[in-house]
Design a protein around this ligand. Structure first.
Ligand SMILES: O=P(O)(O)OC[C@@H](O)[C@@H](O)c1c[nH]c2ccccc12
Length: 459
């Protein structure tokens, strides 16, 4: 159960996990919740009425609306009296195991006009079964045997539900020019000027952040949810398509978690950037999206596990400082763009893996991202970029290039080249848009930087 839950945990629109079992006690319900179930099955025919009512109420208490299974009109009456909101009609009679596909159709009359999600259970194997039930108001089907027998499960489900091939899963951030993140903003006035110049994200170094709330905020349209794109792609796509005021980022380098949480609340940060060697898991405890830095060394070290999703939402690549600290940032040093490009092209894990492993090819020519058969989840379980083995030059770029924020030594002069070469999701600049003595941002440089980015489109 826990493995099932974990394998879908990082999908933005993950399916619910049902414990389809013979549930007889509160203990089993609590156990289900603890091990990752979203809901449970309660079978009316095997539970005395008082126990059924108790288990139904207990399940609700734990935040789970159970699937209540019935097989005849009497059981349906009882289920409706609970009042169950999700009712499954089992076409299979559990006393003699005979399947009568008309059972759901006959009982569907009893839930008409009611606020009930009706599910058809058992015996479903062809699209016509599903279509017929759908026309009768059935909202879900439960399929066991025919799914187990199908050789290509995904194709079978698509066929059964008349779903299109999953070609529409194209990340939308790739067609646009990268977002612009300006770091080291010193005052509210500077922030306003930079916002007006069109920056997408600002990072402050002063206490001024609380006054940086602009009235131009446009709430994003949450009804337009992204489909189940891989983790980083989904987050990049969502942020790229949310218009509004620039987001305020707080950058932290090896600060205590308590300080970060305090700053998020006090300064109302939109995003936290972890720029040190903080534990990956902290991102799960920070209540706003997190950008995590990967410090890229000269030898291509520092990107191990970079495709692992499920914690931070965004990735920033910066060049390691030459001071031996292993940290990056603020040095004005350019990252190895060619190497960063191999990380971007290595991409995120494919959502729909091949069913059979690829035919063996000579080892040397095998690109890094097809070397291992991948599970049907995103990068949570499989960081497949090996620093020492960037994809071969001939390898086709991944369908889901890794969306990254590129930082390190960018200026209005070099940013266009950087974008063409690396194809980052966003670019980050601080020193490159400052005045000669480094005491303030030079707004004309900020404008030049932003227009250079906006003029650069990916082909
Ligand atoms: O394998 P089928 O015909 O697709 O059926 C699945 C499901 O309805 C069935 O497994 C089921 C639902 N409730 C049950 C209760 C007991 C035994 C079996 C079930």
């Amino acid at each position: 159960m826990l493995h099932a839950r974990m394998s879908v945990a990082n999908l933005p629109n993950r399916p619910a996990i049902l414990r389809k079992d013979f549930i007889l006690s509160r203990y089993q319900i609590l156990e289900s919740r603890i091990w990752g179930a979203d809901t449970i099955l309660l079978i009316v025919s095997m539970l005395p009425e008082a126990l059924l009512r108790d288990l139904y109420a207990y399940s609700l208490e734990l935040g789970m609306e159970p699937l209540v299974e019935v097989n005849n009109a009497k059981e349906m009456e009882l289920a409706l009296s609970l009042p169950a909101k999700v009712i499954g009609v089992n076409n299979r009679n559990l006393h003699d195991f005979n399947v009568d596909m008309g059972t759901t159709s006959r009982l569907s009359e009893m839930v008409k006009e009611k606020d009930v999600l009706l599910c058809a259970l058992s015996g479903i194997s062809v699209p016509q079964d599903v279509d017929k039930y759908a026309a009768e108001g059935v909202g879900a089907v439960l399929i066991g045997e025919s799914l187990m027998r199908a050789t290509d499960t995904s194709a079978f489900i698509r066929q059964l539900l008349t779903l299109p091939e999953p070609t529409s899963l194209t990340p939308s951030w790739q067609g646009k020019s990268p977002l612009v993140k300006i770091c080291g903003v010193r005052s509210p006035d500077e922030a306003v000027a930079i916002a007006e110049a069109g920056a997408d994200m600002l990072e402050k170094v002063s206490e001024a952040v609380r006054t940086l709330r602009f009235s131009t905020s446009t709430p994003s349209d949450s009804s337009n949810e992204t489909p189940n794109l891989p983790w980083f792609t989904a987050h990049a796509t969502r942020l790229s398509s949310a218009p509004g005021r620039p987001l305020i980022v707080g950058v932290f380098q090896n600060h205590p978690l308590a300080d970060i949480l305090h700053a998020v609340a006090y300064a109302q940060l939109d995003i936290v950037q972890l720029h040190g060697s903080e534990p990956t898991d902290w991102a799960r405890q920070i209540p706003v999206p997190v950008i995590r830095v990967f410090h890229v060394g000269e030898d291509g070290k520092g990107v191990e596990g970079i495709t692992r999703g499920g914690a931070h939402q965004f990735i920033l690549l910066d060049s390691v400082r030459k001071d031996g600290s292993g940290m990056s940032g603020g040095s004005g040093q350019i990252a190895d763009w060619e190497f960063v490009k191999t990380v971007v092209d290595g991409g995120e894990i494919r959502l729909f893996p091949r069913l059979r492993p690829p035919r063996p090819r000579p080892r040397r020519l095998r690109p890094a991202d097809t070397a291992v058969p991948e599970p049907a989840v995103n990068g949570a379980t499989n960081g497949h970029i090996a620093a020492a083995t960037p994809p071969a030059a001939s390898a086709p770029p991944s369908k889901y290039p890794l969306p990254i924020v590129l930082a390190g030594g960018l200026t209005a002069e070099n940013v266009a080249t950087a974008i063409e070469q690396v194809r980052p999701w966003a670019v980050d600049v601080s020193g490159g848009v400052e005045n000669a003595d480094g005491t303030a941002k030079d707004i004309s440089l900020v404008k030049a930087f932003i227009s250079s980015v906006r003029d650069t489109h990916y082909s």
